[in-house]
Design a protein around this ligand. Sequence first.
Ligand SMILES: [Ca+2]
Ligand SMILES: [Ca+2]
Length: 276
Amino acid sequence: MRHAPGTRTPSGTARTTARIAAALALALSAACDSDDYDAVAPSAPPAPQPTAVVTASGDVAARVAEFRTLLGDPANGAAAGQQAGGRREISWDGAGANPFNNRNDFPADFFNTTARNGAVFTTPGTGFRNDSTRFADVDASYAAQFATFSPTKVFAPVGSHVMDVHFRVAGEQTPAAVTGFGVVFSDVDRLGPTTLEYFDRDGRSLGKVTAPARSDAAGLSLAGLRFADPIVARVRVTGGTGALGAGVRDVSAGGTHDLVVLDNFVFGEPVALPPR
Ligand SMILES: [Ca+2]
Ligand SMILES: [Ca+2]
């Protein structure tokens, strides 16, 4: 049986999609060996679909725990090297980061060098800030805006509201990929702009998830996707609509931008990308 290129299940699981992709590959392979090759239009297989989409606002603790379970046990902490399975988590709270806290030059590779979690960061902005004052030292109004999921530190890019997370074999330079990634956001006022977008090693988008707006006094929101296989090489984290800054107020305090900061990053064990 030959599937038409681009065939997709209406609501199948990623496992089903993978089977269809395999069948498609076989069909195309068979076509290559036959005389009717020209009749088969070249087409990339459909992008893998996530096996889990987790979003929550309000008391997000149970959903964060659920997402951790989906990614797998154990929690590998900052263990160097590729572990057999499990997950990683960055809470921003460890004492090792203290020398860099409340500054605009938090090392982009801190969580793959000093703490070997397998994550390095880039941003279109000017740097990163790990903050123990909920950014009140950037603007005093922020103390009333932002809460922590894990006390007492939260994180944000500097000069931008966008950052990218790239994965490495923990403690090494070897490019890696993960099955899933989630973030606890603080103070999502507007539904829409705060998102995570997932990319494979070729820069192809694998999907996007939008963080729900805040729904209680704490103002926390969770978003995360998990895929069946470790195919996520990069995640673009977009928090709100604008960068933090002195004199820049949140939309809920008379400003024009929805300001959002980042607490826990939870992700699958970074797995070395296979040779091509
Ligand atoms: Ca924290
Ligand atoms: Ca906000």
